[in-house]
Structure formats: C-alpha cells, structure tokens
Ligand binder design. Structure first.
Ligand SMILES: [Zn+2]
Length: 564
C-alpha cells in the first residue's frame, strides 16, 4: 500500500548491498525514501525528491553514505550490561596490579550489613607476563573476607577465592556441572579455577540473584553503545547464560516493548542447559511462548546454541595437535578438550534438528570444528538437503580439509575479526605461527564459497562493526605481526559480512540487511563512502570513518543532532 514518504535522504551515496555477487556492494545511488518505516525506493536525487510531499522530512546527506544498518549475529548484550558493573581488570599491567584492585574493591565496598555482596571482575591473562590465571591463594590474600569471582574476558574461565568456593559449596566431592570443569589439586580440592562454556555454573545458586531492574538497566546501557556503533539488529547468542531463559526473555521483551532496546533482536537459547543429553529439547515455538509481551516486530527466536569446545586464550579450545605453548597450565601439556563427548554432541544436535531448530555451534579448535561438522553431517545425511542454515560460531582454526567439508555441507561461519586485534599475539603463542596462519583466512574461505558473516561476540570481543572491518584488514594483534599475509576480504565483502550475510545467517534477510523496497528502513549513515577507502588505510585505522546516525524502521535512534 503506497503511502507518501515520511522521510527522504538525498545528496549522498546510498549503498544497497543488494546483489548476488558476493563481491558486490550493490547498486549505488544518491537518495532513499522511507515510507511506513520501510524502504520505499532508492534512486537518483531527482527521482527520489520527486516523491517527497509537503509533510515529508528531507535530510541532505551532504555527501555522506547510507548503508543497511549493521547486523550483529553473535553477541551477549545482557552479559555486557551486567559486566559493566564489575571491576574491570582487563588492561592492568600485571597480576599484582589486578590483585591490588581486588583488595581495594573488597575493603572499600564491603558492607557488613550487605554480606551477600560479591566482588566480581573481568580479567585477561594476555596482558600479563607469564599469563596464568590468578590463584585461589592469591585472591584469599587480596580479599579474605569477601567472596570474589573473577571472569576471564573470553567467558570460558572463572576463578574464585575460598569464601566464594565455600558459599557455593564446592568441595573435593562436588561433581562438575554441565558446561564447567572444576580444576582440582592433587588432593581433589578445587583450585578456584573453573573452565568451560559455563564456568559460572557452580556459583550461580550462591551468587546474589540479578533483579529484573538490574537486567533492564544493563540493556539500557548497552542500547546506547549499539546505536552509536550503527547496529540495528543483534542476536543474543546464549539465552539463559546469566540468569534464566524466562527472566532474560522478560527483560528483553520489556525493554523492546518500552523502546528502550529498539533493535531487531534474535535470541539463541543455550539448549544444552534446557534438556539432558537424552531428552528431546523444547521447540522454537515452546521458547517463543515464553515471550511475555507482543513484541513480534522486534524480538524473535533464532538458532539453538551449542558448544563443541572452549577458547584458545584459556587453552580449552579442542585441537588435533597439542598447544605449542603450555604457559597457561604448565603441568598439563594439552590439546584442549571437547565441551561434550562427540557422540553426545551429535545426539544433542540430532534432537535439536528434529525439534525444528536452526543450529549454531561454538567451535574454535580444529578438533572442535571437526566434531561439530561430523554431527551436522549425520543430521544432514538423515534428510534431504534443505535450507537448514546451520552454523559454526567462531570457526577459528579451520584447516583446509575442514573448510572443504564445511562448504560441501553448506554450513555458514559466523566469525569475529575483532578477536584477532585483541588476541592475535596470544594465538601465535598458543598455536605457533604455522597454525595461527590458518585463522580467518578470509580470501581462501570466500573463494571456496563459504557463507561468511561477521559479528562482535561483545563483550568478549570489541563491539563496533567498523572496528571489526579495521581488524579484518589489519589481521594482527597489538604487536602488529600479521597472522598471515594477503588474506584480506574486499571492502565490499567485509561490509556484506556485517549486513546482507549477517541477516542471512540469522534467517532475517526478508526483514533487513539490504536497502531494497519493502525491507525495514534500518540504516546507518557514515561520514564517508567506505567502499572508496583502500584496505591499507583501514588496516592502519586511517579510514577516518565514523557513524553519523543510526535509524531503525525510519526512526533516528542515534545522531539526531547531526541530522538537523
Ligand atoms: Zn559468544
């Protein structure tokens, strides 16, 4: 039904990302019209301005670029907002400095009338020489009287002091809960370190509960960050990880309903938490029935999330050959470990597929990726090839044989170029240069026909999509040593990976991801045309680009002042 446009943007570069060629940025025009919150038309200034009526708002882009809003198909917004309230130890120069900050937080903030208060913090070992985790004994010295739980920045490890272990009831006889491996000393006593996809699991019952207000506050904080980065759609890649699926859905739905979290949100339930290995899991409709309000335009149930292994930085990504560097746990020359026995993973994925789920499996090491692909192969052998869109999340150590298998099975990769900017040097230490060179070999992967989307995994990786593109071109950690030479994508491919391809892996290409008539008018306005900036300028972070404004369904959610 034609309505007169409420908004016309003209005098810029409108880059549609519409086209079948993976290298194409799509049609480039000067102007775009928005009607009823949807893209009505793109075209020349003359054609689009001719559609404007007296009540149409006109914005002169003054040469700026309009692209589809960035789609982030793998992130953890609630975790990010909650983590913002913790002690941030990630950029401390060494472990001693981190422990001093823990000690200060414990003594300053400790309130005997609120004994339930814990000190929580986020740390990275990569910044520290001899990058091992803090120990229980070190935390006890720093904070003997307050429970302390520190979360590794990857989300795949946590370390607790003795009081936290006691409050959580962790002893030599405690069984490992699902998703967590409790490290133990020679007497079987917990050392304080817990590894795995859900390292907080042993502490959840003892931690002070997250109130609905705290969850809403967290989402408000993250909403501002997302809008500023040009993000218009985001996937919660592990619903149920920090609270319960019901509580988290209530927070997301409430924030969406009140327009405090205005983004198109896709939730990916962590299904291994909701069903045992030999039980049929809930279906997508069962989870959708838990959404307490009518927010159907903004909140949808997406893929089921599973874990095949852990992280490279914590040494529990599962490798075919041992780590080159055993710095992390010197007594344990290891190749990491699977999150589930491979037969159990295959059975869980089979049941999820049968329940109607698109599946997204976290797999980082080559052995982890192989286990996930074998599970997918079993599923896909069981029924005719269809539009399954099963995915591997991260897919870091993708050896050539695994790449070929992945393309053959039609499995998409949802990767995080920003991880390399943060931990590229650690990857080279852990894997050696030869294996590290296989990480994110964009050119070979795209040329092989792999469906590739970019994402942030925020807060475990840096969040802004433009930073993700810079990281893809730089392809190096802080030392500047590249993981490999001549592997970059084109600029158009990198932009598509954050827009059209990212919408496709979330099964949302019918809603957004390109600028074509009928799709939601979810737009980002950039200060210049990204497709004219050569790769080396992106790599040196000299592209000069910034997000000027972000629009969702035609509404400005960031940059109001810049558009006046
Ligand atoms: Zn994640």
């Amino acid at each position: 039904m034609w309505q007169e446009p409420e908004l016309v943007l003209h005098g810029g570069s409108v880059i549609s990302m519409h086209g079948d060629q993976p290298d194409a940025a799509g049609a480039r025009t000067q102007a775009i019209a928005v009607s009823g919150g949807r893209v009505a038309a793109v075209g020349s200034d003359a054609d689009i301005l001719a559609l404007a009526k007296p009540h149409t708002r006109r914005i002169d882009l003054r040469g700026r670029a309009v692209l589809p809003g960035f789609q982030d198909p793998h992130a953890h917004p609630l975790h990010e907002g909650i983590q913002a309230g913790w002690l941030d130890l990630r950029h401390t120069s060494d472990r001693a400095e981190a422990l001093r900050l823990v000690s200060r937080a414990a003594s300053e903030g400790w309130d005997p009338l609120q004994p339930e208060r814990w000190v929580e913090g986020t740390y990275h070992t990569a910044d520290w020489r001899a990058g091992r985790h803090p120990t229980r004994d070190e935390l006890d010295l720093a904070a003997p009287d307050v429970p302390v739980l520190l979360h590794h920045g990857s989300g795949h490890a946590a370390v607790a002091n003795s009081l936290a272990l006691a409050l959580a009831g962790l002893t030599a006889t405690t069984q490992d809960p699902a998703g967590a491996t409790i490290e133990r000393d020679e007497h079987g006593e917990p050392t304080g370190l817990v590894l795995g996809a859900n390292p907080v699991a042993p502490f959840t019952a003892a931690l002070p509960p997250l109130t609905p207000e705290a969850l809403r506050r967290a989402l408000r904080l993250v909403a501002g960050r997302l809008a500023e980065a040009g993000v218009t759609a985001i996937s919660e890649a592990d619903l149920g990880a920090i609270g319960s699926p019901v509580g988290e859905l209530a927070a997301y739905a409430g924030a969406a309903f009140d327009r405090e979290f205005p983004f198109r949100l896709t939730v990916m339930p962590g299904l291994a938490r909701l069903a045992g290995p030999d039980d049929d899991p809930p279906s997508p409709a069962d989870i959708a029935a838990l959404i307490p309000r009518d927010v159907s335009g903004f909140l949808r149930v997406g893929p089921a999330k599973f874990f095949a292994d852990g992280a490279l930085t914590t040494g529990d990504a599962w490798l075919r050959e041992a780590y080159a560097d055993v710095n992390l746990r010197p007594d344990d020359a290891t190749a990491g470990r699977p999150a589930h026995d491979p037969a159990e993973l295959a059975e869980r994925l089979r049941r999820a597929d049968a329940a109607g789920w698109q599946i997204a499996t976290h797999a980082i090491g080559d052995a982890g990726i192989e286990a996930a692909l074998s599970a997918y192969q079993e599923i896909l052998g069981g029924h005719p090839p269809g539009d399954h869109r099963h995915r591997i999340e991260h897919a870091m150590l993708l050896s050539p044989d695994l790449l070929a298998r992945m393309v053959e099975l039609g499995i998409a990769a949802v990767i995080q170029p920003g991880f390399v900017a943060e931990a590229g040097d650690v990857y080279r230490e852990r894997l050696g240069a030869e294996r590290a060179a296989r990480i994110y070999a964009y050119r070979a992967w795209l040329d092989a026909g792999l469906a590739l989307a970019f994402s942030s995994d925020r807060p475990f990786g840096g969040g802004a999509p433009l930073d993700g593109i810079r990281a893809a071109f730089r392809h190096a950690g802080s030392s500047g040593t590249r993981l490999a030479a001549n592997v970059e994508p084109t600029v158009a491919e990198a932009l598509r990976a954050w827009t059209a391809e990212a919408a496709w892996v979330a099964r949302d290409e019918g809603h957004a991801g390109r600028l074509t008539p009928g799709l939601s008018a979810d737009l980002v306005i950039l200060s210049g045309d990204p497709t004219t900036i050569p790769a080396d300028r992106w790599a040196r972070e000299e592209d000069g680009l910034s997000v000027v404004a972000t629009l969702i369904a035609g509404d400005v959610v960031y940059g109001t002042d810049a558009l006046d």
